[in-house]
Ligand binder design. Structure first.
Ligand code: FE2
Length: 143
């Protein structure tokens, strides 16, 4: 099931919200790719895209937090390190599974669990628990 952007996720900063939407859309693309497991290229493409977007987003977010003297910059950066570690682990395992000629029921379940985890815990839970603290700290929200 794809996830929809909700205004509850907004941190009142246009660029950060746009980057969060891009992460969410990329996870949705992964979910759609899983509907056609016989073609592994889209799955591999979107997990790499998610990795690339996440790295640049976290870097951008941390730079803006320092600029605006966001008080939770250190704990947010630690959260980002954890999220990248999780994403590396999941990307490695997706690559391992995608090398197989045919996917077992367990492989498919693992792939679905990864995408659900990325949507709910990796992105949404982090947005709601950590990133929402940025609300009100990030200037006029246009840079
Ligand atoms: Fe973020």
């Amino acid at each position: 099931m794809t996830i929809k952007w909700d205004k509850r996720f907004s941190v009142n900063h246009l660029a950060i919200d746009a980057e969060h939407k891009l992460l969410l859309t990329t996870i949705n693309a992964l979910e759609i790719a899983l509907r056609h497991p016989e073609d592994k290229e889209p799955l591999l493409f979107f997990i790499d895209q998610l990795h690339e977007f996440a790295l640049s987003h976290f870097k951008h977010e941390e730079a803006l937090q320092i600029k605006h003297q966001f008080p939770f910059v250190e704990s947010n950066a630690k959260g980002h390190d954890y999220l990248i570690g999780e994403l590396n682990r999941i990307r490695d395992d997706i690559r391992r599974i995608a090398k197989k000629a045919t996917l077992s029921v367990t492989d498919m379940a693992d792939l679905h669990n990864y995408v659900t985890y990325l949507a709910k815990d990796w992105l949404i839970a982090h947005l709601l628990k950590e990133d929402l603290k940025m609300k009100g700290f990030m200037g006029d929200g246009y840079e």
